[in-house]
Write a protein that binds this ligand. Structure first.
Ligand code: SAM
Ligand code: SF4
Length: 351
């Protein structure tokens, strides 16, 4: 980089590591990291997990200290937004120790946002602490407002508990976005009601197309698949939907619903390609870095993390992995074999 002016070059280098910010081979800056802090969950959503999942032995899962070191290494290298997910992040023992530790990057200004995606079951317990740690908004997953249906979808969850969690989070001043997985014949009759409910409480709602990830023991993946193009067309007969260019750094496209005044997002990984603007990578709770949600290629960061207390090996492994970030993904529901295109569960990469 001989022809770069000294001032500009200094800007490109991070002061703490002396290393450049992470940019992939297609020029996309990696500024968003999603970290799965546990593979465990207190729910067993039918599209996400089998009922009797076997979980990872403790030794394979990164400790809270290791998770902090890993996240902080990414922050040092230019990540500005950190999302904790799982499994269910709020069932990880000691989760607030991690959240509180990571909040130092918010205070230093290195991080713009620390957030999480949760099923809401533990929110009543943690909402105040999350807010105090500097978390401003969270995503809560909720597919139905019908208690029986909720139990059928989550197998182990209780709707009341989640609604109480949402109340507590709003009372604590956390902004909430609701994520709803669109499931054919299960909750597709409820979208208008969900939209009115969420918008009525000042929450955005995003519909997510079900993705072909992991064996979940239902054998019904193709039956559950509902293209959001169809959902949108149906909703448009009832609501006036106006396209917006609002983005949250995620893959959702948003419309404004004139009747409610709220925002409605669509995440359509199967029917649309959102890869061009991809600024994100994911790390599992075992320290495996996935450069793309839809591809198998991954890098082990646990080994370099555990091999040395200094971060040189870790940075080397991250650089090498980012240099392999693919241009886009290959999601396909294999219609002939009716098997998911990817074997890993969403609870592994955290969605
Ligand atoms: C894996 S969960 C982890 C965080 C937390 N337990 C929760 O449910 O919000 C993250 C998101 O992925 C979604 N998800 C899980 N499996 C999915 C699938 N096969 N297709 C689409 N979304 C899925 C969930 O609905 C949730 O919104
Ligand atoms: S979607 Fe979230 S709440 Fe449901 S089983 Fe998966 S990790 Fe648990």
């Amino acid at each position: 980089m001989n022809n770069v002016q000294p001032g500009l070059q200094a800007l490109e280098l991070d002061s703490a590591s002396g290393r450049p910010e992470l940019v992939d081979p297609f020029g996309r800056a990696i500024t968003y990291l999603r970290v799965s802090v546990t593979d465990r969950c207190d729910f067993r959503c039918v599209y996400c997990m089998a009922e009797n999942m076997s979980f990872l032995p403790k030794a394979e899962v990164l400790t809270l200290e290791e998770l902090d070191r890993l996240c902080s290494a990414f922050v040092t290298r230019g990540v500005r937004k950190l999302r904790l997910t799982g499994g269910e992040p709020l069932v990880r023992r000691g989760i607030m120790t991690l959240v509180n530790a990571l909040s130092r990057h918010l205070r230093s200004g290195a991080l713009d946002e620390l957030t999480l995606t949760t099923n809401g079951s533990q929110l009543a317990k943690y909402a105040d602490e999350l807010k105090a740690a500097g978390v401003r908004r969270i995503n809560v997953s909720l597919d139905t407002l019908d208690a029986e249906k909720f139990r059928a979808i989550t197998r182990w969850g209780a709707l009341d508990q989640v609604l109480a969690g949402i109340d507590a989070a709003q009372a604590a001043g956390l902004k909430i976005k609701i994520n709803t997985v669109a499931l054919k014949g299960v909750n597709d009759d409820e979208f208008p009601k969900l939209i009115e409910w969420a918008h009525g409480r000042g929450m955005d709602l995003t519909l997510i197309e079900v993705m072909p990830l992991g064996e979940v023991g239902e054998g019904a993946r193709l039956d559950q698949y509902l293209p959001l193009s169809v959902v949108r067309a149906r909703l448009a007969t009832r609501f006036s939907l106006a396209d917006t260019d609002y983005r949250t750094g995620g893959p959702a496209r948003y419309v404004r619903v004139a009747e409610t005044g709220g925002r409605l997002g669509f995440i359509t990984p199967l029917t649309h390609n959102f890869c061009e603007s991809c600024n994100r990578v994911r790390v599992t709770c075992t320290g495996t870095l996935y450069m793309c949600l839809g591809q198998e290629d991954a890098a082990d960061l646990r080994k370099p993390l555990r091999a040395s207390e200094a971060n040189d090996l870790l940075f080397g492994a991250i650089d090498e992995a980012i240099s392999r970030k693919p241009k886009g993904h290959d999601f396909v529901i294999d219609r002939r074999h009716q098997r998911p295109a990817l074997a890993r569960h969403m609870s592994v990469t955290g969605g």
